[in-house]
Write a protein that binds this ligand. Structure first.
Ligand SMILES: Cc1ncc(COP(=O)(O)O)c(C=O)c1O
Length: 382
């Protein structure tokens, strides 16, 4: 029995062709650090930055700051805005803890007032509640592009354009969308975009970035050596160095650059295949007696994530048996997004989550469905 990987919302597997080789090759080179040699634009780090900027449709690559993952990027954006007593922030119940936790800390320590937008009766973000919250004049609106629990794509262009019309800064969590959906600051009205390298981009773990619009100046949170201007007392101001310090993970960024190069050629087919297998899975899963799919509105756009539960099975138990008996590796529980579950009916235990990629085959989908059918029938008929 071949193992089947269905946890691509956590990190894509397999990585894009050429990634492992690029990482290995970078590790075989003499140690050197960006900014501390004469390679300038030709070094792999700047190559990676330029490819990311091109993917986002951003003219100046210096606006893309590397971070070790999406959580760091979100923290930099949220904490870097220097929000304080009296500032209001609007976000949603569908966010990941990497958004909610720094915001709750600001609420606790700085007196920032936080509004969490819930869902309407159709499962969409409640736009009336959102408009009410905007009337209070928030400084920041934070929203994910797609939920890591339900895969539902939020209409961030509409949300952020209204937010910007009211003068709020806008922060997009593109963790589940970049690589699968078009993401650009101009089309989505996003001032800040946080994303990882290891999900839809199929790069190495431990990579991520934050796009920062020229209109936003974030406070420096981390500082240190940069290899240039060692004589000045404060950390240098120019982007991207303003938010980067110390030794960069060159092999991982070499890998991410290779993933981006692959994506430039083959990304369209990869995305289309992922969409097709997810749709096939969702449609056929719905027909299995004893399966309940959470947020199963067929009409709304989604990324490659499906959350469900099986009657008579706890989600942990179902995930355990799928892994142990069928070699199917998915994820169960709250998925680090604790608030959405009471809105979609999956509190307190969460869901069984399958998440696919362009490498998931039709036969993988077939095997997963027949395993779920077996689990569902064995207890329903017992
Ligand atoms: C929606 C969302 N935001 C943020 C994150 C955090 O990403 P990272 O693990 O790269 O920090 C995740 C990870 O699963 C996510 O799904």
């Amino acid at each position: 029995m071949n193992p089947i990987y269905a946890n691509n919302a956590a990190g894509s597997w397999p990585l894009a062709p050429g990634v492992a080789e690029a990482v290995y090759e970078a590790m075989r080179q003499p140690a050197w650090q960006p900014g501390r040699d004469a390679r300038g634009e030709s070094n792999v780090v700047e190559n990676c930055r330029a490819r990311l900027a091109a993917l986002l449709g951003v003219k100046d690559p210096a606006r893309v700051v590397f971070t070790p993952n999406a959580s760091f990027a979100l923290n930099l954006a949220i904490l870097g805005l220097s929000l304080s007593d009296g500032d209001r922030v609007v976000t949603t119940v569908t966010e990941h803890n990497s958004v909610l936790r720094p915001l709750h800390l600001l609420e606790k320590e700085k007196g920032v007032r936080l509004t969490l937008i819930g869902l309407d009766s159709t499962g969409r973000l409640d736009m009336d509640a959102f408009d009410d919250a905007l009337r209070q004049g928030p400084s920041l609106v934070v929203c994910n592009h797609a939920s890591n629990v339900t895969g539902r794509v939020n209409d961030v262009a509409a949300i952020f354009s209204r937010a910007k019309a009211r003068g709020a800064a806008t922060l997009l969590d593109a963790s589940q969308s970049l690589g699968y959906l078009p993401v650009s600051p101009s089309a989505l009205h996003a001032d800040l975009i946080a994303f990882p390298g290891q999900k839809g981009l199929r790069g190495p773990v431990g990579t991520g970035a934050l796009y920062i619009s020229p209109e936003i100046k974030l406070r420096q949170i981390w500082m240190g050596g940069t290899g240039i201007r060692s004589d000045v007392r404060l950390h240098p101001e120019p982007m991207p160095l303003r938010h980067e310090m110390g030794t960069v993970n060159v092999p991982a960024l070499a890998g991410l650059a290779a993933a981006l190069a692959w994506r430039e050629e083959h990304g369209g087919d990869f995305r289309e295949h992922a969409r097709r297998v997810t749709r096939e899975f969702r449609d056929r899963l719905r027909e299995i007696p004893g399966v309940h799919i959470f947020d199963d509105d067929d009409a709304c756009p989604r990324v490659n994530v499906v959350s469900f539960r099986l009657a008579e099975w706890s989600v942990e138990e179902a995930g355990y048996v799928l892994a142990e008996s069928f070699q199917i590796f998915c994820r169960t529980g709250l998925h680090c997004a604790p608030r959405i579950h009471s809105h979609i009916g999956s509190a307190p235990d969460g869901t069984v989550r399958m998440s696919f990629s362009g490498c998931t085959t039709e036969s993988d989908v077939e095997t997963i469905l027949s395993a779920i059918k077996e689990l569902a029938t064995c207890r329903l008929c017992a």
